[in-house]
Design a protein around this ligand. Sequence first.
Ligand code: LLP
Length: 433
Amino acid sequence: MKSLNQYIYPKTLKRNEHGNLELGGCDLVQLAKRHSTPLYVIDEKTIRGVLQEYKSAFSNYKNTRLLYASKACLNMGIAKIVSDEGFGFDTVSGGEIYTVYKAGCDMSKVLFNGNNKSPEEIELALNLGVGRISVDNFHELDLLNKIAQKPVDILLRITPGIECHTHDYIKTGQLESKFGFDMEQIDTAINLILNKYKNLNLKGLHAHIGSQIFEIKVFEDELYILLNEIERIKTKFNIELTEINMGGGIGVKYTEQDEPVSIFDVAQKVISKLKDKNLTLYLEPGRSIISTAGVTLYEIGSSKTVEFNAHKYISIDGGMADNPRPSLYGAKYLAEIANKTENRTVEDVTISGKFCESGDILIEKISLPSPQAGDILCVFNTGAYNYSMASNYNRMKKPEMVLVNNSQSDIIVKRETYDDLISLDVIPKRMDK
Ligand code: LLP
């Protein structure tokens, strides 16, 4: 069965009677006028739709715990939706833990991950009652054991040595990865936990092999390795580990060339291998949950046609600070002009951002209906790793985020102001005249 991550466009995207794009029943051109641009727009039906797909796909395996990888996109509004659908959270920083806590989510469903958790972050996690900590390395075993006043439930993050075919920067399970214990280190870690670290209660193993993955096979390989290790550890140490965490990684469709797998197909394969086991399965998807739900609106401003090759640049009022993915990973996106859905005269252009870098190109080559200043550009599939990776480069204000549903739009993150930008700046007293 097809799942929502296999579509480029959010579930409720339409062309309305004014010839404008509409999302969640809201006219995107009007939305851009009302809220200004750049504007992140999240379609509530799509994000809830994917959360429900995950639940239904894994409903045949009762011991499944679904966590949302907060790093994909987190603020209190998103946290509310995710927890409302029964998901817990995979977090990797004090900031993510604090946000989830402040949104009133159940902290026992929170997992704290990361390869260099600070003592301050560990204290916060323990004080706020996060349910699991995934320990990444020897330094952390020692640190956590010292900070914890009573036994904490942990997972061991391991590096299964699986090569998945995705961008080098978002692979994590290969042998030379900076994350997790190497397979050869697992026994030493377990010995330490059993004999030295009395405050650590080992519940299971955790792995995450990468992101934007299109093959099911690598998930099967990962599961095979995790299950083998559980068995091997049982025989060698006479301990029963009851939990495995397979991480996230299911891909999404940014362009026609992308062919992500269906959540249902992955679930079926995974469940078939777990059926006779008494294991709790954790999953922590991020991108596949929120990417398709998000679009970004920009207003087109200046343009430039390069004399010698007639190449045309169209500039928008955002770029690499609100979406660093094209310049970081060469990521590709599709876009349409929200106010010109009926115009068929197309022009090949490059969409450039407004930041002071030649590499600030959002879309290298795209055909659009004669783009002009004032038009509203709608870029698709920007829900994941856009807002969460946004910066204030060039002292630009971070965009607003609105949630749309049933013709209603609600601000879930306000637009930054110039005063916000200077609010943490301090001029040393001695420089006062
Ligand atoms: N679990 C762990 C331990 C992770 O490191 C990640 C992502 C996830 C879960 C969620 O993976 P997902 O389901 O979203 O693929 N900034 C990059 C992506 C970095 C992913 C980092 N880890 C990008 O924009 O493509």
